[in-house]
Structure formats: C-alpha cells, structure tokens
Design a protein around this ligand. Sequence first.
Ligand code: UD1
Ligand code: CA
Length: 455
Amino acid sequence: MNQPLSVVVLAAGAGTRMRSRVPKVLHPVAGRPMLGHVLAVARALEPAAIRVVYGHGGDQVIRSLDGADLHWVEQAEQLGTGDAVARALPAVPDGHQVLVLCGDTPLIRAQSLQALLREAGDGVGLLTAFPPDPTGYGRILRDADDRVRGIVEEKDADDRQRGIGEINTGVMCFPAGRLRGWLQSLSPDNAQGEYYLTDTIAMAVADGGPVAGVAAADSGEILGINNRTQLAAAERAWQRREAERLMAAGVSLLDPARLDVRGSLDCGEDCVIDVNCQFLGEVRLGRDVSVGPNCWIRDTVIGDGAVIASGCVLEGAVVASGATVGPFARLRPGTVLAHGARVGNFVETKNAQIGEGAKVNHLSYVGDAEVGADANVGAGTITCNYDGAAKHRTVIGAGAFIGSNTALVAPVRVGRDATIGAGSVIREDAPDDALTLTGIPQRTIPGWRRPGHDK
Ligand code: UD1
Ligand code: CA
C-alpha cells in the first residue's frame, strides 16, 4: 500500500447497555480505556492522521486519553456509522486510504489490519470473521464465485441471510475520494433508520471495484463490547494473550488463567510466576526471578535471581539481583534494594536504599533512609521520619546492628559497625564501632500489685 493512510475511529456510541455514567469507550480492559487499545493499534500503523468521532460524553473522552496527535470530530446526533464516517471525511484528502475502526473493539491486532490493507491495496476491503455465534452482526453476502457483494444488517436480513456465518467486524478500508461519493448516496431507508456505512459495500461492487473480504485469523479479536459481560470476556481474552506471550518468552506461569497484566510486563527467561499476581504500569523482571502467589507489583524493576515471596506489594521500586523480599513486604516508591539485600515479613520501606547484603527482616518501617551494606536492622525498628511537618533522613552505616524495637528519630545517623541496644530511642547520632543504648536501667519492685488485684 503506497497511499497515505487516514484512520477514522468510531467512538460516538452511548453504550446504553453498559448502564454507566462513564462513556463506553472509556471502560478499561487491562487497566486501559478500550479506546486507548484501539488507538495504540492505530498508531502502530503509522498513519498520516487519526480522527476520532466522538459524541456521548465527549469532553470526558477527550480528557481521559493522551491524544496530542489525535483529531477529534464531533457527531452530536448518532445517525449511524455512515454518518459518523461522513463527519470525519471532509478533512481527509482524496488520495488517502481510509481505515475505519470501532472504539469498542479493544482486542483488535495490528497484524489483522495490515493484512486487510495489503489485500485491499488502493481499493475497498473489509475484515470479516466467523464467530461461534454471529447473532447481531452484519452478514457478508458473497456470490457464487465467492466475491463480496454487500453486507446486510441483522435487523434487515431474511432467514436465509441470518444463516450466514461470515460477519462484518466493522473494520473496513476505502479510497477516500470514492468513499466521499458513496457516503453522499446513503439513505436511512432501513430497519434502524440509520445511515449505514455497510451500504457503501454494495455501491463499491456496483461501481465495478472488487471488494477484498479478509477473514481475521482469530474471531476473538474483533469482539465488540456492548455490556459488562462482554467487557469481562474481553479482559480474560486479553489476559490469556498476555499469558501466552510470556510463556512463549520462557516464563513459567503456575496458572496462566490466574495472572493479570495491566500495563507492560517484560521478563527474562526462566522466571516463575505463581498464581494471582498483578503487574501494573511498567514492570521488568530479569532472568530466574521468582514471584510468589498474590503479589501486586507496579512500575518496578527486579534483577536476575531475585525472590519475591508471597503477598508482597511493590511500587516504584528497584530490586537488584539476588535480593529477597517478603513474604508480606511492602516496598513503596523510591525503594532500592542492592544485590542480595533482604526485606522480610511485615516490613514497609519508602524512599529507602538498602545496601548489599543488608537485612531488614521483621516488622519494620524504613522510610527516607539509607541502610549500609551488611547492616542488620532488628525486628520492630522504626525510622521516625516525620515530625509532623517535614520528612527527615536516617543513615545507618555499613555493618551496623540495630537492636530490636529501636526508634530512630530522624534526622539521625548510626555509624559504621555501630551497635544499638534493643528498645533504644536514638535521637542523636550514634558513633562508629560502639554500643549505644537508651532507656532506664531495669529494676524490680517487690510486692507491687496490678490495679484491681488488691483484696
Ligand atoms: C456495526 C455494523 C455491523 C457490524 C458490527 C460489528 C453498521 C451499519 N453495522 O453494527 O455490520 O457487524 O458493527 O461490531 O455499520 N457509531 C458512531 N456513530 C453512530 C453509530 C455508531 O460513532 O452514529 C460507532 C459506535 O460507537 C461503535 C461503532 O460505530 O463504536 C459501531 O456502531 P454500533 O451501533 O455498535 O454498530 P452495530 O449495530 O453493532
Ligand atoms: Ca447500531
């Protein structure tokens, strides 16, 4: 195909069957508005322009999508798909090939569109499919020589036509100049009183141009979303596709049906991902990473051989190779674990650099802090980073040993190889190589009785 390409995305539908105050095309699949998926595929074709026809909830749609490169076209009244395309067409030059997509088909793949454009050349083409149940779709009419003759909408079809298994996916391409003429000849003289884009196919045939009917490789990818049941089905189909992609790349999924990727997940070979994990935003795993069940991981990079045990929540973190996290750890943004560091159960970290081989194994909060290499932070240690107005930093030297249940009141520094006695409240810097402890000496009061125990 040598002509410039203009993509027109139809997204003016009200989506009544969603029963929602959110416009249909903004409902998410894999964490992204379904229209966002269609636009991503459209962009992959590198068209000269993308025009989106909006109507219902227009402002909300425009605000919700990252669309500096998009041309928005309003269709105030929904008079049909033919009318919708006609709104977008005045700005499209005659020499362009026009590709029409629907905003409610989030599973569509760029390869299918490329195949259609290739087959159609500078003529008319339509993407067809053979879904298990063709009810509701427009049916493809072919002649004895298997040439496409037209499309009949379900509501206008007779019994014989309803028996046809090949349907119109709604994806079509046309030479802009000729389409302009056909759209002018449309009439709403049909069961729905709409201007049907599909009627242009018979016009193209009558004008002598061949119409390429290309079947999609997988009828699942053209699933149009009209209600929440179909939305859920599209979500599962998307996730299955992601699971297949990961397995093909050398990742073991303990159950491919229990994985959710809402963004991009990139994995090296031999990673193992247990059940019910969710990956959001951009997540990268190196090789041989093990992720236990029930983890929630967003915008995080994890190095080779790291182990994330069950039930962890990681966001905006960097975990170096050989580090161990969890079970039940929460790494918040700005957490950086160096090689071989360990963060154990019921530990929360935020904006914290944990050095090579350092351990924070139990029940701690480490925020706005730096923990030196091989330091050991005892159970229940808390960095008191917030004084009610500002955040302050805690620095723990390499090889330091912080006794259990220590409060480190920031800003504060603990020296290299320093030891802090259990239960201390450290308000001033603790020197290198020495034991520092706070609190009153232990004493015993004989004969003391608990309140209420007096007889
Ligand atoms: C349309 C096709 C049908 C095809 C089916 C595939 C027509 C007449 N029929 O039917 O052959 O099998 O898609 O899913 O084209 N839209 C607008 N403005 C309008 C009307 C629709 O922007 O005035 C948009 C909708 O938001 C939607 C798309 O066009 O994204 C398709 O419209 P819809 O009403 O869902 O078409 P169907 O009746 O399903
Ligand atoms: Ca309709």
